[in-house]
Ligand binder design. Structure first.
Ligand SMILES: O=C(O)c1ccccc1NCC(=O)[C@H](O)[C@H](O)COP(=O)(O)O
Length: 220
């Protein structure tokens, strides 16, 4: 089963929709971005989730913020995970109190060995997010990286793939590379706003690809 993270949500209706549709993670952006939330606004949007028996996990997205501030916001907003999408090093990661989602940004110069050694050095229980390295952004750019690099990685790694995913292309990614999870923001927006129809289509596409994979495995 491919885990699903819907990132960069800024309104309560979309959070409710993602929870009802069974998204595994909701991403709240605290970094500089048009999707940025204050901690107070994030809590206002999510507090109703804490009464649900089964709810999406909350991931807070940060870029090069002071570790004490990340820990303070994570505590205040009751985040399940902290996503580091900047240039944070291992020493910094050890100072973060919550479990991590750690982004590795990929461009044409990134090699599979580089990704695997970064993963080997990381804290246990870290989820590794592979995202496109943008020229002027740390994430949420809506651009893909070259997926062929995924074919050279150890298949059992907990890898979540991001960058330019859409309801139209996510099935192909899953059928080809079987990632542990997928993460989307721009691809489920229309004119910069989260679009319920696209979120539904994205989650349906993931589930359809999972069902096809299961069918292939059962037949083998
Ligand atoms: O969403 C942002 O604006 C953002 C800004 C700075 C760092 C990370 C940011 N977003 C992280 C994500 O939304 C996802 O992890 C991922 O990058 C989604 O990318 P995409 O689907 O290509 O928009």
């Amino acid at each position: 089963m491919t885990r699903i993270k819907i990132c960069g949500i800024t309104d309560v209706e979309t959070i409710g929709l993602c929870a009802r549709l069974g998204a595994d993670f909701i991403g709240l952006v605290f970094a500089e971005s048009r999707r940025k939330l204050t901690p107070e606004r994030a809590l206002e949007l999510t507090h109703h989730l804490f009464t649900m028996p089964k709810r999406p996990k909350l991931a807070g997205v940060f870029v090069n913020a002071p570790a004490y501030e990340v820990n303070r916001i994570a505590e205040y907003c009751r985040l399940d995970r902290v996503q580091l999408s900047g240039d944070e090093d291992e020493d910094y990661c050890r100072r973060i109190e919550r479990p991590l989602i750690r982004a590795t940004r990929i461009d044409g110069d990134t090699g599979a060995e580089e990704i695997e050694s970064r993963i080997a050095a990381a804290r246990p229980r870290t989820i590794h997010l592979l995202d496109r390295r943008g020229d002027d952004t740390y994430g949420g750019s809506g651009e893909k990286f070259d997926w062929t690099i995924l074919g050279g990685l150890e298949p059992s790694l907990p890898l979540m793939v991001a960058g330019g995913l859409t309801p139209e292309n996510v099935g192909e990614l899953i059928l080809r590379y079987h990632p542990w999870g997928v993460d989307v923001s721009s691809g489920v927006e229309s004119r910069g706003i989260k679009d319920p129809a696209k979120i539904l289509a994205f989650i349906r596409a993931v589930k359809a690809a999972d069902a096809r994979l299961k069918g292939v495995r059962n037949a083998a």
